[in-house]
Design a protein around this ligand. Sequence first.
Ligand SMILES: CC(C)(COP(=O)(O)OP(=O)(O)OC[C@H]1O[C@@H](n2cnc3c(N)ncnc32)[C@H](O)[C@@H]1OP(=O)(O)O)[C@@H](O)C(=O)NCCC(=O)NCCS
Length: 177
Amino acid sequence: MSDWTIRPERPVDFPAIRKVLVAAFGEDTVADGVDRIRASWIYRPETSLVAVSDGEVVGHVMITGCTLTNGAGEHEVAMLTPLAVSPERQRRGIGAALVRAALAGAEGAREPFVMLEGSPEYYGALGFVPARKHGIELDHPVPDWAPPDAVQVYLLPAYDPADPTLRGAITYPPVYG
Ligand SMILES: CC(C)(COP(=O)(O)OP(=O)(O)OC[C@H]1O[C@@H](n2cnc3c(N)ncnc32)[C@H](O)[C@@H]1OP(=O)(O)O)[C@@H](O)C(=O)NCCC(=O)NCCS
């Protein structure tokens, strides 16, 4: 049985979340980005979650908004980033549990899909598939070091493959720099 629980983040958690982010990523950039997300229109508190064990924050995930552009115009879709687990708590399933809980929140919000840019091995095992297979791309090239299928989507029950407004180009919000 797992010895952690998952719940939405609260302002009182923010310093502990920063510690997890800095430890997991080895630098401040992502933690600084999370501060900017919380101050922007893309912030979705209901899908910004922490994993807590013995009263301590040990993991964190966010699903935020980003922009999908196509012939029908621009609209907001869901993006998962960042995901982090304290180094000493990794490889126990906490990361996977955070992703599943965040996806359940997006499903509850009737989102058609959740996109992200990340490891195809890690996220593929959780049900994500290459976004290009569903007509979803970035509006900018992925970096040379990223695998070709780094841009992925998780399709939710509200997804309709016949709906052309669910295809198009993703723009990252300015908070990502
Ligand atoms: C990625 C991360 C959140 C996974 O958390 P976790 O709690 O260890 O994940 P889980 O326990 O659910 O899954 C661990 C499995 O995923 C694999 N895995 C972990 N990171 C991986 C990666 N970047 N690529 C491929 N597989 C990875 C591990 O090999 C492990 O599998 P195994 O135990 O069978 O060998 C954690 O390693 C982390 O915080 N990393 C630093 C921050 C980061 O890179 N975040 C992702 C940004 S997209």
